[in-house]
Write a protein that binds this ligand. Structure first.
Ligand code: AHR
Length: 530
């Protein structure tokens, strides 16, 4: 199949463990059928549910108003946390939430957010008042309410190893230390579980402008002294320490990854890490960013082309990691990713408020598929950010709430959490608009823990439907049912007034002669089970 596809193709693009995408420009225009082969006899690695993680920073209306309304609010809440948001996030089975930042984390002093609160400022994001009413206990209550787990980022930039070590003792000590007793006095006698710990954030930039060597010294110290004392977190449940990793693919960033990984390979007993982070936003022109609303097909294609660079970035840093860690013990954690557009007119520019369209839904699917295809190394990711900030799941305005197209993609991808990647081979064909050429189709397959096969199919072409003809090795399929997400225009969004403009619809298809035929609407994300 691959050989015959090559005959028709102009270029062979991405070759990964599980998929081969063959682009064919001229054929694609004429060809509305894409052949796809799913080989269930060769299961791949597990798609770690943590790649569906979220990021919640004290930024704009991300935490205050988005999560926290306070116990006196008229908005229905449980201990100050809004019930509508909790219900929506619960349905997403969010595996982990990264908090309190971002750049905010390296300005955060946890003691100001327990007991009697100190009012401070948020110099990174609009210079507004930070009341610290949402602190450690409120965050832990929030993740408990949504059924998630904590990914805490400790302050390396303006904090000290002692401050971070004491925070972790406060959170996790089971024995009656002074800090554990203080935690009990503040309402939580039992130790908290902290499965993931970020040691700093963007230490090469807002986190302190450090060189890789300087950061490495910090990492070894924090890694040694910031301990998790929770007796329930031993051995395989031990806390994952995640080092600050690169913020791009250029030489500066490859040097960063190389420095950390080389040191890790030669490490002494006294320090360790389990993950290396990477940040990558989809943004074109930081000085004059694209708009999240009112754009056309050109900008649709440009943004999707930009987002596909995630593949190269992951390949590049994975290759460096493979040099020092061929057994892939260290996870690559993409703990900030997503679209970053110009602030919506009239909003505070420091609040990073943007709309979320079908373009973002497709962008999300493409990135999640890249993570899945690299499941052996990419074992965590956090979309930026959960509510009201950047590529959000949810937008709120006082008592109103709306779910974004990206929310629906995360919901449709639920079956892929902890599922086993199944190789898919296909001729992606191409979609071209002016000087932008994109693969027309993207796809992944996986078997969930109950053995059911799931297929994700993305049609990037905003104008033409595409027929998929899928064949299966190692299983007999009868029919397919699932959901598809599409919209009338490339810039279609959900608003408080029209919340269901971009919402999933049911889709089904029959299998005949062992082959599944399914039609994908233009600019759509489809997930079906077989
Ligand atoms: O997500 C917004 C900001 O982007 C984060 O605070 C920072 O880590 C990154 O630069």
């Amino acid at each position: 199949m691959i050989t015959s596809s090559i005959t028709f193709s102009k270029f062979v693009s991405i070759v990964t463990v599980s998929s081969i995408l063959l682009f064919s420009h001229s054929i694609a225009l004429a060809q509305n059928k894409v052949q796809l082969s799913v080989d269930t006899s060769k299961p791949g690695p597990k798609i770690d549910r943590n790649v569906f993680g979220q990021f919640a920073e004290h930024l704009g209306y991300g935490v205050y108003e988005g999560i926290w309304v306070g116990t006196d609010s008229k908005i229905p809440n449980t201990r100050g946390i809004r019930n509508d948001v909790v219900a929506a996030l619960k349905a997403l089975k969010v595996p982990n939430v990264r908090w309190p930042g971002g750049c905010f984390a390296d300005d955060y002093h946890w003691r100001k957010g327990i007991g009697t609160r100190s009012v401070t400022l948020n110099p990174n994001w609009g210079g507004v008042i930070e009341p610290n009413t949402f602190g450690t206990h409120e965050f832990m209550d929030f993740i408990d309410q949504i059924g998630s787990e904590a990914y805490i980022s400790v302050n390396v930039g303006s904090g000290t190893p002692q401050e971070a070590a004491e925070w972790l003792e406060y959170l996790t000590a089971a024995q009656p230390t002074s800090l554990a007793k203080e935690r009990a006095t503040n309402g939580h006698p039992a130790p908290y579980k902290i499965p993931m710990l970020g040691i700093g954030n963007e230490s090469w930039d807002c986190g302190g402008n450090m060189t890789p060597e300087y950061y490495l010294r910090q990492l070894t110290i924090y890694s040694r002294f910031v301990r998790n004392y929770n007796p329930a977190q031993r051995d395989k449940d031990q806390m994952q320490k995640i080092a600050v990793g690169p913020g791009g693919g250029e030489a500066r960033w490859t040097e960063w990854t190389d420095t950390i990984m080389k040191a890790w390979e030669k490490r002494q007993w006294s320090w360790d890490m389990q993950g290396l982070s990477v940040h990558n936003y989809t943004v074109i022109n930081w000085g004059n960013k694209f708009s999240s609303v009112g754009f056309g097909e050109k900008e649709y294609g440009q943004i999707l082309k930009e987002t596909l660079k995630m593949e190269d970035l992951v390949n590049k840093h994975s290759a460096i990691m493979d040099k020092y860690d061929p057994q892939k013990k260290i996870a690559l954690i993409v703990d900030e990713w997503g679209s970053w557009y110009a602030p919506l007119p009239g909003s505070n520019p420091g609040f990073l408020v943007q709309q979320n369209s079908i373009r973002d839904a497709i962008l999300a699917a493409l990135n999640l598929n890249i993570f899945a295809r690299h499941a052996d190394r990419v074992r965590g990711a956090n979309i930026a950010q959960m509510i009201n900030v950047l590529q959000a799941m949810i937008m709120t305005d006082k008592e109103k709430m709306v779910l974004t197209p990206t929310y629906y993609v995360f919901k449709m991808y639920l079956p892929f959490q902890d599922a086993t990647l199944i190789p898919v081979t296909f001729d992606a064909c191409t979609y071209t608009n002016g000087d932008i050429t994109l693969p027309r189709v993207d796809a992944i397959a996986a078997k969930d823990t109950s053995g059911k096969l799931w297929l994700e199919l993305t049609n990037l072409d905003p104008n033409n439907a595409v027929e998929i003809e899928a064949s299966f090795i190692g299983m007999n399929a009868n029919s397919a049912t699932g959901q598809t997400l599409t919209a009338g225009k490339v810039d279609s969004v959900n608003t408080f007034e029209a919340p269901n403009t971009v919402a999933p619809k049911p889709i089904s298809a029959k299998v005949q002669g062992g082959k599944l035929a399914i039609k994908l609407e233009p600019k759509s994300v489809t997930v079906v089970s077989l």
